[in-house]
Design a binder for this molecule. Sequence first.
Ligand code: UFG
Length: 341
Amino acid sequence: MKKRVIVTGGAGYIGSHTVIELVNAGCTPIVMDNFSNSTKEVLVGLHGILGFEPEVEEVDCADRSALLAAFERIAEDGSIDGIIHFAAFKAVGESTQLPLKYYANNIASTVNILEAAQQHGTTEVVFSSSCTVYGQPEAIPVDESAPMPSAESPYGYTKQACERIITDFAASGYPLKAALLRYFNPIGAHSSSLIGELPLNHPNNLVPYLTQAVAMLRDPLTVFGDDYPTPDGTCIRDYIHVMDLAKAHVAALDWLGKQSTACEAFNLGTGEGNSVLEVIQAFERATGVTVPHRIGPRRAGDVTAIFADASKARRELGWSCNFSLEEALRDAWNWQQALGA
Ligand code: UFG
């Protein structure tokens, strides 16, 4: 597959790992990022892994005229065969405090990307969605046909809304082919430890907080609630290695190339659920290091248990996960240690 692909948010956590897999697959990624929640150090890491720095357009995707101008510049050097649209704000809690920030950025970016795609005849779009679209699922594992309840956060609503916007555009007559990728919980880092997850502020997610707590950069980890109706009382999630997730984007692009029309959602998870306490135990097994932690109150808005039925992605995209939870946690810890070096 030799496609020229724009990767919005390509300097971010999942975006940067996907850039590597695109190059491995023979594609030419063009990173489009405004570095609002990432740093240019990521480009140094990518250079270390790839042996070259990918092309970068520094632009805010929510700025329509700047975005269209960037597409014009990129199109001067050749066709734009696909777009993987990661760029978005993603902090669930912050979105409840600053909903307009989330609506303005996440929704405008998606609309602008689709307009740019239309202007340049780009028909293949991969969208970065989330299992948050399912809310508290009625049954687990959850498959793509599960109902989408009213979103519990403005962030979650932007994912539902953008899926709808893309679906409507695909039905409008423009020959768009789209894959809506619903991520479960991405963790881990590239095995080189040259790139990984880099929360710029207080980490909200479990694994970056855990590794920072183990590195004594933070207070001990608080397990948010142990009175949920699960076997050990802590919440259950589907933790997927970010490199497995990155490969799914390449598989999705490949699949889009073979379709005449498409607008399909795919769950991207391992298919296995693990509780917070199981993650702590797996981390200790994988690294031999103890996780300082204590049990605290529940966090508002957390769903009790969710994990993926990822059989559609396996069947249609020919994709499945290779890494175990232990391997993902080992890579997350190696990355944390490399950051401190
Ligand atoms: N948790 C803790 N302590 C922490 C952080 C998290 O116990 O310090 C627990 C949470 O309560 C939850 C689990 O670890 O049970 C995972 O929490 P994360 O914040 O890492 O992930 P979430 O499942 O809450 O959120 C993720 C994505 C969101 C997305 C959501 C969809 O980060 O973008 O999945 O369910 F919206």
